[in-house]
Ligand binder design. Structure first.
Ligand code: XCC
Ligand code: SF4
Length: 634
């Protein structure tokens, strides 16, 4: 007997999603929700983090009755090891993205790649200044020096902290990290470094420590997790963001369109999905070229329409104003509209279900990265040295597919919203008139009580976008400015919370500030790697006030998280001094010790900590309490 399906209305708050979902049920297209249902109920050992597969004496599952694995590892060890393995994978994803950008940037700086160029010299100089590089040299010498310091952070073998962390983290926070290392050493007699030395090394060390018979104490294991997360936030992700800005331009304020309604019935539709703008920038440029537009007309289309999904969407909407078709959950639904000629992907958050699904349509599902293969995909190998040529080939494949579109299968939801996006730190400071002072003043005067940064994913276990949107609405009502990235940002854009008109949903104080600055009360700061922009903003406020980040009325949240990357992001915010809310509960419930460290113990040391709450309204109240408490000493 097949299980009873969840009611449509329980799956998402987005009418475009519900529209396509009822079509999917009618046509029997399989979705992420169907597969979730078949995987439920989930294994309890996995959910609580107490299943260990780290050696072949196991797999071991510890319980109260059976508290040790074959090697003798207890629940705390197993839970902590599993957690930092996930964290390391997340940090690896962000940082491998950062590496690709750094390697390309180095080639561009050395004139070894003519397909890309330095687009933002002002940003390059600003980065160089932070890194203490002489900016009176010519641009390519500055670029080479910046590239060297970025690449060094992936490969240096000394014990000094990362170049980028030293250059970007606020003074007081760096002192805090050093102090924490000393406290941990004096309390435990064991060195427990938390300042990252080399991005790859910290990830490798996570793997080393968590293999059978190495690090078997929760605190020690979690300290390495903190170090790895910091290597991501103030290292790999930050390098990705900063060097992408130099190559492709620093985002500025612009208006975009969001939701599945951005797809066009009379045009060739190309969806770029994944994470790295190195590919998507070129696809967008090729599609916009007069030559390709002309080719599209020859097959009877009015033109070529590029739209994004996931963080690739966030990258190209922030810099190019490209419309966004949706967040993570939309990837299968977009193909079901029947009008997607090509779905072009690189890495991360791409369902392997897309290949077989695309086969039900004329859609070309095109993989491009040498790091990622998918069943039933057409692989077009991307190559930075022939980027334009490859991008053009991809666009041509989409144009070819147009004539195979089946009009019977066309179903485009009408939903489209407008959003004001593009809030890089540089743009925010520019809007503030050149210094963080007006924002700080508004916070001091209580017009803005504090700032909450929301990040992260969609997870079909949680009603799609529901938590994102109600939490955001509750916060702005309470005069709390909301900033964020990733699939949250796309949710907020689709819900109209990033329109100027959304000012009317804000409390009186926040509304007044937003009106004066002509900004929405909810700010899109970019993709997941751009969470580094939030760190930089927090650092700028802290340095301006000569306080630590943990003194500021800031809170973070990942309310519909699912990826390992979110574990790393949450942890680097906590380690940078920010309390972070999570929902769903991470897989740590099997160890009270680990839960205790991450929700309490870590607070005394680093100022940040995790808390879990299922209800958006309660979450907003908890955040307000934290903010009001911080304001007392502020
Ligand atoms: Fe992936 Fe970055 Fe999560 Fe969206 S938010 S589901 S990680 S695309 Ni980062
Ligand atoms: Fe079991 Fe220990 Fe091996 Fe893990 S490392 S599978 S707990 S024996």
């Amino acid at each position: 007997m097949p299980k009873k399906k969840r009611e449509l209305g329980d799956l998402s708050v987005d009418p475009a999603v519900l529209d396509i979902l009822s079509l999917a049920r009618k046509e029997d297209y399989e979705t992420v929700w169907d597969r979730l249902e078949r995987q439920s109920p989930h294994c309890k050992f996995g959910t609580n983090g107490v299943c260990c597969r780290n050696c072949i004496m196991g797999p071991c599952r510890v319980t109260e009755k059976n508290p040790r694995g074959v090697c003798g590892a207890d629940a705390a060890t197993i839970v902590a090891r599993n957690l930092i393995r996930a964290l390391a994978a997340g940090a690896a994803a962000h940082s491998d993205h950062g590496r690709a950008v750094a390697v390309l940037f180095n080639e561009v700086a050395r004139d070894e790649n003519k397909e890309y160029q330095i687009s933002d010299e002002a940003k390059l100089k600003a980065i160089a200044e932070k890194l203490n590089i002489d900016t009176s040299q010519d641009i390519s010498s500055i670029a080479r020096e910046v590239a060297r310091m970025a690449l060094e952070d992936f490969g240096k073998q000394d014990e000094a902290p990362l170049n980028f962390l030293k250059a970007y983290a606020p003074q007081k926070r760096k002192e805090t990290w050093q102090k924490v290392e000393q406290i941990l050493f004096s309390k435990t007699d064991k060195k427990m470094g938390i300042l990252p030395r080399n991005i790859d090394r910290e990830i490798t060390e996570c793997m080393h420590r968590t293999t059978m018979g190495v690090d078997n104490q929760a605190l020690s294991i979690l300290a390495q997790g903190v170090r790895t997360a910091l290597a991501d936030g103030w290292g790999g992700s930050l390098i990705a963001t900063e060097l992408q800005d130099v190559l492709f331009g620093t985002p500025d304020k612009k208006v975009i369109k969001a939701n599945l309604g951005v797809l066009k019935e009379d045009q060739v539709n190309i969806i770029v999905h994944g994470h790295e703008p190195i590919l998507s920038e070129q696809v967008v440029a090729a599609a916009m070229s007069p030559e390709m537009q002309e080719k599209a007309k020859q097959v009877g289309a009015k033109g070529i329409n590029v739209a994004g999904i996931c963080c690739t969407a966030n990258e190209v909407l922030m810099r190019r104003g490209v419309p966004v078709a949706g967040n993570m959950i939309h990837q299968e639904l977009a193909i079901m509209t029947g009008v997607v000629e090509a779905m072009v992907v690189d890495v991360q958050c791409i369902f392997p279900s897309l290949g077989p699904l695309a086969k039900c349509f004329h859609t070309r599902f095109i993989s491009t990265s040498d790091r990622a293969a998918f069943p039933e995909a057409i692989h077009v190998q991307f190559d930075e040295h022939h980027a334009r040529e490859v991008a053009q080939r991809i666009v041509e494949m989409a144009i070819d597919a147009y004539s195979e579109r089946d009009p019977q299968k066309v179903h485009i939801p009408k939903e489209v919203e407008e959003a004001v996006v593009g809030f890089s730190v540089e743009e925010i400071i520019k809007i503030l008139g050149g210094s963080p002072k007006p924002l700080v003043d508004a916070i001091l005067a209580g017009k803005i009580k504090g700032v909450v940064g929301i990040v992260g994913c969609n997870n079909p276990k949680v009603k799609h976008d529901a938590f994102h949107i109600s939490l955001t609405r509750e916060l702005i009502k309470k005069d709390i400015l909301v900033i964020g990235t990733g699939c949250w940002a796309i949710a907020a854009a689709k819900a109209g919370l990033m329109k100027i008109e959304a000012q009317s949903l804000a409390g009186e104080g926040l509304k007044e500030v937003c009106q004066a600055l002509d900004i929405p009360p909810v700010l899109h700061m970019g993709s997941c790697v751009d969470c580094s922009r939030m760190l930089v903003l927090a650092g700028a406020l802290a340095d301006y006030l000569k306080v630590d980040i943990s003194d500021l009325p800031l809170v973070g949240s990942a309310p519909e998280w699912m990826t390992e990357k979110a574990v790393s992001i949450g942890t680097y915010f906590v380690a940078s001094g920010v309390p972070v809310h999570l929902w769903p509960m991470p897989p740590i419930g099997g160890s009270e010790e680990v839960v205790g460290i991450l929700t309490e113990g870590i607070k005394e040391l680093l100022g940040g900590y995790f808390f879990v709450e299922e209800d958006p309204v309660k979450t907003a109240s908890l955040m307000e309490e934290i903010i009001m408490e911080k304001r007392k000493s502020f």
